[in-house]
Design a protein around this ligand. Structure first.
Ligand code: CP3
Length: 357
């Protein structure tokens, strides 16, 4: 491995370890994206979203854009959760206005039985981007690697794209649970290899995005989503050169399952905006750190409304160790870049203030 500059700002990693920090660190889900004019310019230069994600030089450029613009405390790899099923041969395309589409979704038994953990060489562009971003960051802030949860990527693999009802995957779940379990087992193994390769390339924390686990019934969440995330976490490299690699688990709509999520082996849980972060903290106690959880739509409010909601979330968590500020889900592409600055600066200044009082 190349020698890398020590971190100049490790507040994010310390908060994930539940150590006291001078202020609450903040980063935003989808911080590199279409709400930034500089992102739109680089994306136009690359051609498509996948051409951008597959070009380590341009992926590095867009990862650093929000870091250059705001006082964020972490960078996140610019990529997508669907790179893994793409490498499995399902044929990923992003259709303008429609989102992701797979040309070869898993809709019959033969396709499911053929599914295999892909050769990680097919995802080399991701690991090259991680290494390039780490060196471009030059220790400014830590780099987060990520993957989708086995269940969330299965939703796209079986449905063939975005879905509102999840009719195809839920039909499989209730008719042929053995087939769905097979997909989830392959996905979990692939995700372990994928995240470990990101960690080997330089990712300093990793996050599992379980965007659709919250669409499941209580028992089904435990059996089809959480169990496989737990399996992924058990397979991860948790320490590199004496540095712990924290794992963040985010199930959108998972506020009702925090107790079992806190037992999953994750170091931190991501929360969407439907939960009170103070109540969540009381529930998980000292088992895990928490990340979140302002409604991303607050960024369409007035500057004063944004500051007020930031203070509400910080007050709810209290001046305790173990909070990473974030949105409750990805930032909208229609957000004004100026509103983001109001939010980030208020997180830093108000969290410093409540630690003094
Ligand atoms: O957070 C970041 O800045 C890092 C990059 C990142 C992207 N996708 C880039 C992206 C991350 C962490 C993701 C995760 C992801 N991708 C999730 C989980 C998080 C969530 O939002 O729930 C999911 C479900 C996906 C799948 C996906 N990728 C969809 C449904 C879409 C289309 C949606 C849309 O807004 O058009 C994407 C495309 C995508 N991934 C974009 C970005 C910046 C927009 C692409 C563009 O430039 O056109």
């Amino acid at each position: 491995m190349t020698s890398l500059t020590p971190l100049k700002n490790d507040v994010f990693l310390r908060a994930l370890r539940r150590e006291t920090t001078p202020y609450t660190p903040v980063w935003l889900m989808r911080q590199a994206g279409r709400y930034l004019p500089e992102y739109r310019a680089t994306r136009a230069q690359a051609g498509s979203f996948m051409q951008l994600a597959q070009n380590p030089m341009l992926a590095t450029e867009v990862t650093l854009q929000p870091i250059d613009r705001y006082n964020l405390d972490a960078a996140i790899l610019f990529s997508d959760i669907l790179t893994v099923p793409d490498a499995m041969g399902l044929g990923l395309r992003f259709v303008e206005g429609e989102g992701p589409v797979f040309d070869r979704p898993l809709q019959d038994e033969v396709a499911v039985q053929r599914l295999e953990v892909p050769d990680m060489g097919r995802l080399q562009y991701v690991f090259d981007a991680v290494a390039k971003i780490r060196s471009a960051l030059d220790g400014r802030v830590p780099l987060i690697g990520f993957a989708g949860s086995p269940y969330t990527i299965a939703c796209y693999m079986v449905e063939g794209g975005s879905s509102r009802e999840f009719k195809t995957i839920k039909s499989m779940m209730y008719r042929r649970p053995d087939l769905l379990h097979h997909i989830l087992m392959v996905n979990a193994r692939a995700t372990v290899e994928y995240l470990n390769a990101q960690i080997a390339a330089g990712a300093q924390a990793v996050m599992l995005f379980d965007t659709w686990g919250g669409s499941l019934a209580h028992h089904a969440y435990q059996e089809f989503s959480l169990a496989y995330m737990r399996q992924v976490i058990q397979g991860l490299t948790r320490e590199v050169n004496g540095e712990k690699i924290p794992v963040i688990m985010f199930t959108k709509g998972g506020g009702i399952w925090l107790d079992s999520m806190a037992e999953s082996g994750a170091d931190a849980l991501g929360l969407d905006w439907t939960v009170d972060v103070g109540v969540a903290r009381a529930q998980v106690g000292h088992r895990v750190a928490l990340q979140g959880n302002i409604d991303p739509m607050i960024l369409f409010g007035s500057d004063e409304a944004i500051r007020k909601e930031v203070r509400r979330v910080l007050d709810a968590f209290g001046p305790n160790a173990g909070h990473v500020f974030n949105l409750g889900h990805g930032i909208s592409q229609f957000t004004s870049p100026e509103a983001v600055k109001v939010l980030v600066d208020e997180v830093h200044s108000y969290s410093r203030q409540i630690r003094k009082s």
